[in-house]
Ligand binder design. Structure first.
Ligand SMILES: Nc1nc2c(ncn2[C@@H]2O[C@H](COP(=O)(O)OP(=O)(O)OP(=O)(O)O)[C@@H](O)[C@H]2O)c(=O)[nH]1
Ligand SMILES: [Zn+2]
Ligand SMILES: [Zn+2]
Ligand SMILES: [Zn+2]
Length: 245
């Protein structure tokens, strides 16, 4: 039973934009839900700030390469920085098992019928780690370019991963997600020679939606471009640790 959030009765059931938005009651429920989420996100953010844990929320379509990116990142940086991973999946422990194989602490959150992580789930997830022994917390959200967008988890940044097999128009089609993100990783660039994907057009769509978003092109398969991501991550984590309260 949880004191802070008053849970313990039933697991999450929620209604959001899947219902009729013209129904004022649904809109009110949605607002209450987001207000409650934001309060819990603030509490997560405070806990993470106290310990100086730099926290990223990885969002993307299914299969864009979030878990592969995490594996590569942990393999490369785990000797320099202390990581933990929260794995959000609808079902199965496949991703959590892949992360556990790297030796980094991981906790899995199955959302069941839910289509995104929320701050409440993440708050309980934090209890599974020794936050004072961490530099970076990675949260892999449920693969979905829509629902995770409005949910603040208390993270420092949302990082949107787009793979070149998905088409260059995704920033235009899912603008909320690309607006919410600080950094966009364009993954699977090794496949560019085989696809009609127009990289310049994708970059310009992304800039149109979010002019301030940083963009890194990379391939988790060949490792191309990963150095820039590693450098950004390391620098951000160091800054956050210095600011620990
Ligand atoms: N060619 C190529 N394949 C990649 C790359 N990165 C990941 N993949 C492949 O893409 C597939 C999906 O990768 P995952 O890392 O499981 O993707 P995910 O985003 O974690 O997927 P979900 O958790 O289901 O949303 C796997 O077969 C990976 O091997 C890459 O840079 N290039
Ligand atoms: Zn709770
Ligand atoms: Zn995954
Ligand atoms: Zn949804």
């Amino acid at each position: 039973m949880c004191i802070d959030c008053g849970c313990g009765s039933s697991p999450h059931s929620h209604s959001h934009e899947h219902q009729h938005e013209t129904d004022s009651r649904t809109i009110r429920i949605g607002e209450d839900l987001l207000a409650k989420n934001n309060r819990l996100a603030d509490s997560n953010r405070q806990r993470l700030a106290q310990q100086g844990v730099f926290t990223l929320n990885l969002v993307s379509s299914p299969g864009s390469g979030k878990t592969t990116l995490l594996e590569r990142t942990l393999q490369q940086l785990k000797s320099e920085l202390r990581f933990a991973v929260l794995e959000g999946d609808q079902q199965t422990s496949n991703d959590a098992d892949r992360i556990a194989a790297t030796g980094v602490p991981v906790h899995q959150i199955n959302t069941g019928t839910g289509c995104h992580l929320d701050a409440h789930m993440v708050g309980h997830g934090l209890d599974h780690f020794h936050l004072n022994q961490l530099d970076i917390l990675m949260i892999e959200n449920v693969g979905n370019l829509v629902c995770p967008a409005p949910f603040d988890l208390g993270e420092d940044h949302k990082v949107v991963v787009l793979s070149v097999t998905e088409g260059e128009d995704k920033p235009l089609k899912y603008p909320h997600m690309f607006r919410a993100a600080t950094l966009m990783l364009i993954n699977k660039t090794d496949l560019l020679p085989y696809l009609p994907f127009d990289l310049q057009r994708c970059l310009s769509y992304a800039r149109q939606i979010n002019p301030d978003m940083r963009i890194i092109e990379l391939s988790c398969l060949t490792g191309e471009g990963l150095d820039e991501w590693f450098a950004w991550l390391t620098q951000q984590a160091n800054q956050k640790r210095l600011k620990a309260t």
